[in-house]
Design a protein. Structure first.
Length: 217
């Protein structure tokens, strides 16, 4: 027999716990596992580096800078435009006889349909990518404005020491615990001051500011 409260074991015939006064049961209910938050803290304490903390973060969505997106889109646009336009020009010159191509007549027809369709798709992708560049450039400028505003405000309010004091870090804390406390504090303050910022962008700024404040970590 078992006490469901203190989990003490009794011999058969005893009906109530001498300490708790509650009726005994034949089997104990399964113990409730630690909460997810507690599990996360325990895992954080075992991690070797800050990179692994990102995998456990609730806001671990990777943020890609608009400047990177803009350059990637520009590269895509020009690459597909050149390949598409160049391919169509090659086919036109080949069918006009300017560029000699030794194929049977039926093969030329197949080549024209297949390769022509492919080059038209390339050209379409290039044009579509090119048309997206102005919007990406505008978003890139907006991102810079928001980043500058957040940086100016935060660093005017907090130094590395001020963050540690406010985040209640302790000299005995492991580096993973310090990172968790500091990042949580920086992110919280940015969300309070700039509630309109995207969550992923705020997480990105948090990481950027952390690296500037605590480069030794």
């Amino acid at each position: 027999m078992w006490c469901p409260k203190c989990r003490a074991e009794y011999r058969e015939g005893v009906t109530a716990c001498a300490e708790c006064g509650v009726p005994l049961v034949k089997t104990l209910p399964a113990q409730v596992d630690a909460s997810g938050a507690e599990d996360k803290v325990r895992i954080l304490n075992r991690l070797d580096g800050r990179e692994n903390l990102h995998a456990l973060s609730d806001g671990n969505r990777a943020y890609v800078e608009m400047g990177t997106k803009y350059e990637d889109m520009k590269s895509t646009a020009f690459s597909f435009l050149l390949v598409g336009a160049g391919g169509l020009l090659f086919l036109a010159l080949a069918f006009a006889g300017v560029i000699p191509v030794q194929f049977a007549a039926y093969m030329k027809g197949i080549m024209g349909i297949v390769m022509g369709g492919m080059f038209f798709i390339f050209l379409f992708i290039g044009i579509r990518s090119f048309l997206q560049l102005p919007d990406l450039k505008s978003r890139m400028e907006k991102e810079k404005t928001q980043s500058d505003a957040a940086r100016s405000w935060f660093f005017a309010q907090y130094s590395a020491k001020a963050v540690d004091v406010s985040a209640e870090t302790d000299g005995e804390d492991e580096i993973q615990q310090k990172y968790f406390k500091r990042s949580r504090f920086i992110g919280q303050k940015l969300r309070e001051q700039f509630p309109g910022y995207e969550e992923a962008f705020t997480d990105y700024l948090t990481e950027q500011f952390y690296e500037e404040l605590f480069p030794q970590d």
